[in-house]
Design a protein around this ligand. Structure first.
Ligand code: NAP
Length: 301
């Protein structure tokens, strides 16, 4: 095993989390999934982002368990489904995921979406606190939570969320929400860190004509040329240098490797500023405030 030694960063509970993860959404065919997990581990990835919705918890769990990498080196995360925010449902959902993955404990468990129109995410948080206190999960957090949702959690929680997993990339920088999370010591993990799938699977509508592909961006190319890095590597490094944890997905061995090779350079403050200025407020996933539609659940792929 090569092990590029991806560093870790700290969380507000004193725990550590890898500074780069791997998203497993869309990896559903046995051979492709197994090969991707094998390559990611060879390239030094240790954090794996999953969700019951991705339909591959059992396969990912099995691939990680048989990988030969020690359990304590891995950081395995999954999420609470949107229809399980009631306290008992949340506990049941956690145990279902843990059992499917064949694990004694999870490294991270997140509330997948706040679903504010259903008004139950604080109840779900109580369940995550119980699981955390019992030692069944080492890190608890939220995903797709905006400031107003986080405020409600902070007003009643015993344990503060350690992580908020958000759609974020140089075309969707969500600077105020990131600042809010920083102020509350909630570490931001970024999904769609490379701008999301170029050819989205149905039912996500096809990209409109003229859609700008983030990994072809001229500014990212220009900055990357100085370091011998690709635009994708610069986008991921921007996340890391901004204190966030990107979880890119690729099914292609060359890209899995490329995406991990971002810890031998640093962006300057001026370069980080140029990247922030690329923001187009381009949200591709559902807006968490209004998201309460079963069809929209399928957008999380
Ligand atoms: N919490 C949430 O609500 C939520 C929502 C959505 C996603 N997620 C998580 O975020 C992860 C990442 O999302 P994503 O894969 O949709 O978006 P992404 O990481 O932004 O990747 C988008 C596309 O970029 C391609 N790509 C990867 N590396 C590349 C490179 N070096 N150069 C050029 N293109 C590259 C990939 O295609 P190829 O496979 O063809 O290389 C992939 O389809 C998911 O797997 C999932 O774990 C979480």
């Amino acid at each position: 095993m090569k092990n590029n030694a991806i560093p870790t960063v700290s969380l507000n509970n004193g725990g550590q989390i890898p500074a780069l993860g791997y998203g497993v959404a869309g990896l559903n065919k046995g051979d492709i999934l197994n090969r991707a997990i094998e390559i990611t581990l060879e390239e030094g990835y240790r954090m794996f982002d999953n969700a019951p919705f991705y339909g591959n918890e059992a396969e990912v769990g099995a691939a990680l368990r048989s990988s030969g990498v020690k359990r304590e080196e891995l950081f395995i995360s999954t999420k609470l489904p949107n229809d399980c925010h009631a306290y008992d449902d949340a506990l049941r959902a956690f145990h279902k995921s843990r059992t499917a993955m064949g694990l004694d404990y999870l490294d991270m468990y997140l509330i997948h979406h706040p679903m504010p129109l259903r008004g139950k995410f604080c109840e779900a948080w109580k369940a995550l606190e119980k699981l955390y206190e019992e030692g069944l999960v080492r890190t608890i957090g939220i995903s797709n939570f905006k400031e107003r949702h986080i405020e409600q959690i902070l007003a009643t929680c015993k344990v503060k969320p350690m992580v908020n997993e958000l759609e974020c990339n140089p075309y969707f920088t969500i600077a105020p929400l990131r600042k809010y999370c920083d102020e509350h010591e909630i570490r931001v993990v970024t999904w769609f860190p490379l701008g999301g799938p170029v050819v989205p699977p149905p039912p996500i509508p096809p990209r409109p004509p003229g859609f700008k592909i983030l990994t072809e961006d001229g500014t990212l190319k220009d900055i990357g040329a100085k370091y011998g890095k690709t635009p994708a590597q610069v986008a991921l490094r921007w996340a890391v240098d901004s204190g966030m944890i990107p979880i890119p997905k690729s099914g292609k061995p060359g890209r899995i490797k490329e995406n991990a090779l971002i810890f031998d350079f640093c962006l300057t403050a001026e370069e980080l500023g140029r990247i922030e200025a690329l923001d187009q407020d381009r949200r591709l996933g559902p807006d968490p405030d209004i998201y309460d539609d079963d069809a929209a659940v399928a957008m999380d792929v």
